[in-house]
Design a binder for this molecule. Sequence first.
Ligand SMILES: O=C(O)C1=C[C@@H](OP(=O)(O)O)[C@@H](O)[C@H](O)C1
Ligand SMILES: C=C(OP(=O)(O)O)C(=O)O
Length: 423
Amino acid sequence: MELLTLAAGGTVAGTLSMPGSKSLSNRALLLSAFCAAPTALSNVLDADDIRHMRGAFKALGVAVAEQGESLVVQGPWQPGTPAEPIFLGNAGTAMRPLTAALALTPGTFELVGEPRMYERPIGDLVDALRQLGADIGYLGEDGYPPLKINGKKLAGGTLSVKGDLSSQFLSALLMAAPLCEGDVTIKVDGELVSKPYVELTLGLMAIFGVTAERPDDQTFVIKGACQYQSPGNYYVEGDASSASYFAAAGAIGGDVTIKGLFKGMLQGDVDFVDALEQMGAKVQWGEHQVRVQKGELKGIDIDANAIPDAAMTLATTALFAEGQTVIRNIYNWRLKETDRLHAMATELKKVGAEVEEGQDFIKVSRGKAIRYAEIDTYNDHRMAMCFALLALGNSTMGIRDPKCTAKTFPDFFARFAAIRKGI
Ligand SMILES: O=C(O)C1=C[C@@H](OP(=O)(O)O)[C@@H](O)[C@H](O)C1
Ligand SMILES: C=C(OP(=O)(O)O)C(=O)O
């Protein structure tokens, strides 16, 4: 297995913008495909998760043309039945929305993926779609992909969905609901996690002309008459979760400005910067950028349910802080690219940190000093990226399988190297 050795120390300085948001790229591709008129998407992320959505489009016969820096998606949504199963890797933002969309589209579809995808639950989404009359079968273990979908036009109606494992189920239902002939009323059964991703979904749907009514906190109504309308052009915001590594690098070791990261953007992970500020980083917001500078960092106690991806970055930033950092309400870290709570705890211990792994929390203190380790990354892009930060301390750091960042950030290590000075 490839091992990347990162030199120790130095400072960080630079101004950079992020590649397009993964969450918005995959949603914008899908919503564009639902529109009758073409949509030119710019700053679309070029990474594995998006390649899987584009691969699905190819298999389904949805036309995407590269025009200069833009991708032009041509609806209307009339996919053909693909000859082969559709391979979606480990992309939750492809698997969950396509399950809902294809269940409401005439045709026969098989959705398959990497082995880890078959351990990531989808039963709550399938149960919700079945309430509308969808015909979805499990090809492996009940509740998990791979799936066989006998898609058909459905009338709509009222359904309930559980959102305590992943918000992607509700997002998938919201985006696909306009494919039904009549009104769709979605009731969230119990707790909803990762809430800002649902706001992101609704925000993007509104840009594509569909507004959900929200009679109460747990209910969403999509009128059957609502049709997606192409905005013509749409620019994908820079990825706020990817920005977390660079913002943290600024907080730990210098001075970093991230263009395109601003309060009020669609992505909730922008709030990660507030957590860094709470830890002691110096933060200055500009109109469309943020500057993060080194401060005397101290541990914080944070409920990170709203920022599950960027919160991983806090766990490694904690090793540069005085005192303990507690990250709470993150049970669903266990259901993502790997069991992230266990992986994080295991690897932090290898570098000498004091760690307590709870069922839904992690407590981290730096211990005596950060020491060299070969970090296992568990085919999880975020494990590789947040452990890269540890090289900003006094010890070199080994990152195994660094190319796993291809899921969302193929050139992460080159971009990270470019802001490091004096090493
Ligand atoms: O809807 C989305 O784009 C996402 C929602 C989150 O997942 P959960 O809702 O499963 O926490 C997040 O971790 C994932 O990277 C992207
Ligand atoms: C959880 C993640 O991915 P997915 O979209 O596959 O859920 C992630 O990118 O951290």
